[in-house]
Design a protein around this ligand. Structure first.
Ligand SMILES: *Cc1c(COP(=O)(O)O)cnc(C)c1O
Length: 359
């Protein structure tokens, strides 16, 4: 045992578990909400030419101006709002909490939701409070409003659509929560590409609303690029705690290029949404399986007659990796989450499920 570690390590860091990502191996990877498609050949060639001419001996543009402009245009972000880019939206979650962190202050979110909110709150030495979702994973509006009154949270995180449940929360409830919150409310729209709704049009109604987006789920997870937008008064402060050059040259070039060809990614998103409808219907039709309605690129489902641990293991043995949520929250008993893949990946998954369920 290393005594120095024992002596110096912050207790809240000792209590943290490292974010565990299983080795992908040769599995059909349906566990991490990745886009399953490769780029068309001609796009790859043009991109490689751009990379060949890049200057990695130089520091990247610290403001990533060209990329920010393209993102603003593609996501239709009005000029009145600033944009801060992060090394994935995960980094932005950390920066938002960093500007308000103080001992005793609270980060609030519903449960179950994206695990990074809790992890970042712990890392920043803040108190994390959660409010259980109610039926069909909707917000428990009254309980959320009570918790806001009681804890006066510095930050409220709402994933919209929510991960791992896939649904959009009631718009009315979200409005009430923003209006009642004394601190920042972050609408995390990581799955925006797959959902019909956004709170971007409501930014001008509130002085405490920030909107988080990412290019990860639309097909660029490897680049690590997220975006925060909202009132420049907040964004200027977030920008101060951002480490310089957090968006590397290769990401700036690649994301700019990809977004200039956004029609390719939009077509992929549309295809995935069609697969999502089929996958949902097929899963939900299986006896003993309840699939939950989703506006994201994944489906949460519950096993009524089987243990999620067993089904997870048997899917893995069949070469298919999904996310096992059993044990992560009382509301996710015997639940698994599957990412929508290509037609053939989805078919392999459904075949494997059918034979496991009928064993
Ligand atoms: C995947 C996910 C993120 C992380 O996005 P990155 O930009 O890849 O860091 C953020 N929020 C939610 C709700 C997610 O599901």
């Amino acid at each position: 045992m290393n005594k120095k570690v024992q002596q110096w390590l912050r207790p809240e860091i000792r209590r943290l578990c490292a974010y565990h990502v299983p080795d992908a191996g040769d599995y059909i990877k349906l566990d991490a909400m990745e886009n399953p498609f490769c780029w068309p050949e001609e796009l790859q060639q043009q991109w490689l030419t751009l990379l060949k001419d890049s200057s990695v001996n130089r520091y990247p543009d610290p403001q990533a101006r060209q990329l920010t402009d393209v993102l603003r245009r593609e996501m239709a972000i009005p000029a009145a709002y600033d944009i801060v880019l992060g090394n994935g939206s995960d980094e932005l979650i950390q920066l938002i909490v960093a500007i308000v962190a103080a001992p005793g202050r609270v980060v609030l979110a519903p449960s179950p939701t994206f695990v990074m909110y809790k992890m970042v709150a712990a890392l920043m030495g803040m108190d994390y409070q959660s409010v259980a979702l109610s039926t069909n994973y909707q917000l428990d509006e009254a309980a959320m409003l009570d918790a806001i009154a009681k804890y006066q949270p510095a930050v409220v995180f709402l994933a919209y659509p929510n991960n791992p449940t896939g649904n959009l929360f009631s718009e009315t409830s979200v409005h009430k929560i923003i209006a009642a919150s004394p601190g920042i409310v972050v609408l995390d729209e990581a799955y925006h590409a797959f959902a019909a709704k956004s709170f971007l049009p409501h930014l001008d109604q509130y002085d405490n609303l920030l909107i988080l987006r990412t290019v990860s789920k639309m097909g660029l997870a490897g680049l690590r690029l997220g975006l925060l937008t909202g009132d420049p008064a907040w964004l200027r402060e977030v920008d101060k705690v951002r480490l310089p050059y957090n968006i590397n040259t290769l990401t700036q070039i690649t994301a700019t290029f990809a977004l200039q060809h956004s029609e390719v990614f939009k077509a992929q998103t549309e295809e995935l949404c069609r697969h999502r409808t089929q996958l949902f219907a097929a899963l939900d039709a299986m006896s003993g399986v309840q699939a939950y309605p989703t506006e994201a690129n994944f489906i949460l489902f519950r096993l009524r007659n089987h243990h999620a641990d067993d089904v997870y293991a048997q899917l893995k043995a069949a070469g298919i990796l999904v996310k096992n949520l059993h044990g992560s929250s009382v509301d996710l008993q015997d639940c698994l989450r599957v990412t929508v893949g290509t037609a053939s990946q989805n078919a392999s998954f459904l075949d494997a499920m059918a034979s496991i369920i009928h064993d």
